[in-house]
Design a protein around this ligand. Structure first.
Ligand SMILES: C[S@@+](CC[C@H](N)C(=O)[O-])C[C@H]1O[C@@H](n2cnc3c(N)ncnc32)[C@H](O)[C@@H]1O
Length: 228
């Protein structure tokens, strides 16, 4: 039987798990570190409570290195077993769950912060995932999204960055991880993703008020939204 999109994506991340962190740093020239720091600074400014932090599409748990808010309970969720195995070895104070954003094994209105870095693009059903984020967050709870969006044409910098993402990353990422197909997928998933304006509309249709959208790089954006 043909694999669903979700199964293919999970296999892709399983296959690159061992070298995923190194590949991120090298391919972004360590810019991912600044983007992640900025992301959690913005989120901590908007937070009202600090009981439960849920990092969706947690991968190797990289977010827990940058989130310094004093949460009582920290949870990371991801469908890729190999990514989670690495995360569990790195962060012993975090509860890691195997699961999908579209069906969270979490009670209603219990979470203070949901964060997703570089994960939304991979969801099988983004709208269903946004509805789930809204369900598990407390009223006033914060949703943060850090993501790559399609590159808009225009300046020389945009054209150069687009060339790098679509023509160079698939080869470099393939060479670093040994999986060229995975990095072709990652590159294509950026090109085929929605634009930031559409994401705002989708979030607002699921009970969020978007309080901040910031562009960190020609096509890297931070979204901060509150559950109303
Ligand atoms: C590009 S990685 C990002 C990992 C981590 N958030 C980071 O910033 O390093 C994307 C992650 O999304 C996960 N993923 C794919 N589909 C998902 C889904 N439907 N629900 C939750 N996570 C998913 C993958 O397994 C992978 O670990």
């Amino acid at each position: 039987m043909e694999d669903q999109k979700g199964d293919k994506v999970i296999k892709t991340f399983d296959s690159i798990a061992d070298r995923y962190i190194l590949a991120n740093h090298l391919l972004s020239f360590w810019q991912d570190v600044c983007w992640r720091r900025n992301f959690f600074e913005y989120l901590s400014e908007s937070l009202e409570g600090n009981e439960i932090f849920l990092d969706i599409a947690t991968g190797t748990g990289e977010s827990f290195k940058y989130c310094h808010c004093n949460f009582k309970i920290k949870v990371g969720l991801d469908p890729s077993k190999r990514m989670l195995n690495i995360a569990k070895k790195r962060f012993s104070d975090v509860i890691f769950l195997e699961g999908m954003a579209e069906e969270l094994p979490i009670k209603d209105s219990t979470v203070d912060l949901v964060a997703v870095s570089f994960g939304v693009r991979n969801f099988e059903d983004r709208i269903r995932a946004f509805a789930e984020f809204s369900r598990v967050l407390k009223t006033g709870g914060v949703l943060g999204i850090l993501e790559f969006f399609p590159m808009e044409n225009g300046s020389f910098i945009n054209k150069a960055a687009s060339m790098y993402i679509h023509h160079i990353i698939p080869y470099l990422g393939g060479a670093i991880t040994g999986n060229f197909k995975a990095y072709r997928y990652l590159s294509t998933s950026i090109k085929n993703f929605i634009l930031p304006g559409m994401m705002k509309i989708e979030l607002e249709s699921k009970g969020f008020k978007v309080v901040k959208i910031d562009r960190l790089f020609p096509n890297v954006y931070i979204f901060v939204a509150k559950k109303v």
